[in-house]
Design a protein around this ligand. Structure first.
Ligand SMILES: [Ca+2]
Ligand SMILES: [Ca+2]
Ligand SMILES: [Ca+2]
Length: 270
């Protein structure tokens, strides 16, 4: 099911389910899960290239957008619960807008080539979402609520909080799943080559992942700086950078300057 970005919805059922499963957590048994953000497609004018964790935008304005798949690379301890979030434009630069996002189900997927396992959403949508905004500017998704007259609206980062899936039985293991899919459009005038712009992590309080441990699932832990982080290394996250191609005028101007010197030089020798 596809969603456009909107305000927070009721997610008490997600919290309850995660809390219930968290309460079952006993001994630790670690095996890594990697959350990989992968740019899988781009459309519209102005996208120069995309490759894995990066998108390069031309200097030409247009309506370019690109698709990010959130992939879970799950090890042999498996995953019975997985919840994670995305943040973007955390530097408040508003380089990106969300066009759409999806959570994806795996019902009766043939895991490991032998058994069918169900790994499905606990909630029909996200816990909450927020568009990145430039402040007191009516940009896409940023007009609700409108700022009162004469009051500046502060800029804000983008948030897509808690993509989740879970099972009450045995979840997937030794596989890579496309867990969620997000389409972003670029705001040309704001794009800069400033490092990562889209981040994956345990950013929301209800985020977390649990293995297939028997009889009770054990919690995975996040990478340093994430929440939870108490036993770092079980879950690793990746990011995406959206950059501009180098200024097209720089090289031609340099060549022109060199050519000008060459033209001037012979005259001096006369
Ligand atoms: Ca935005
Ligand atoms: Ca940025
Ligand atoms: Ca950027």
């Amino acid at each position: 099911m596809r969603h456009s970005i909107g305000r927070a919805r009721n997610f008490s059922s997600v919290k309850l389910a995660l809390a219930t499963l968290a309460a079952l957590s006993l001994a630790a048994s670690a095996s890594a899960i990697s959350v990989d953000l992968v740019v899988t497609d781009a459309a519209g004018s102005g996208i120069a290239s995309f490759n894995g964790n990066s998108v390069t935008v031309t200097e030409i304005s247009g309506t370019g957008s690109f698709t990010v798949d959130v992939q879970l690379d799950i090890g042999d301890a498996g995953a019975s619960v997985a919840g994670m979030s995305l943040e973007f434009d955390t530097d408040l630069s508003n380089e990106l807008n969300v066009v759409s996002y999806q959570e994806l189900n795996w019902s009766l997927v043939n895991m490991m080539g032998t058994v069918s396992r169900t790994f499905t959403q606990l909630s029909a949508t996200l816990a909450s979402s927020q568009e990145s905004c430039s402040g007191n500017v009516a940009t896409a998704g940023c007009t609700e609520p409108p700022p009162p007259p004469g009051i500046a609206k502060p800029p804000q980062e983008g948030q897509l909080y808690t993509f989740e899936a879970a099972t009450t039985g045995t979840g997937p293991d030794n596989t890579t799943l496309t867990f969620a899919r997000v389409v972003f459009e670029v705001n040309w005038s704001n794009i800069t080559s400033d490092g990562d712009d889209i981040f994956s992590g345990f950013f929301n309080a209800q985020d977390g992942m649990f293995d297939n441990g028997s009889p009770s699932a054990s919690a995975y832990c996040g990478s340093p700086g994430s929440n939870p982080e108490t036993c770092e290394g079980d879950v690793t996250f990746s990011n995406i950078a959206v950059n501009k191609v180098p200024e097209p005028g720089v090289v031609p101007l340099a060549l022109l300057a060199t050519g000008g010197l060459l033209l001037v030089a012979p005259r001096r020798r006369r």
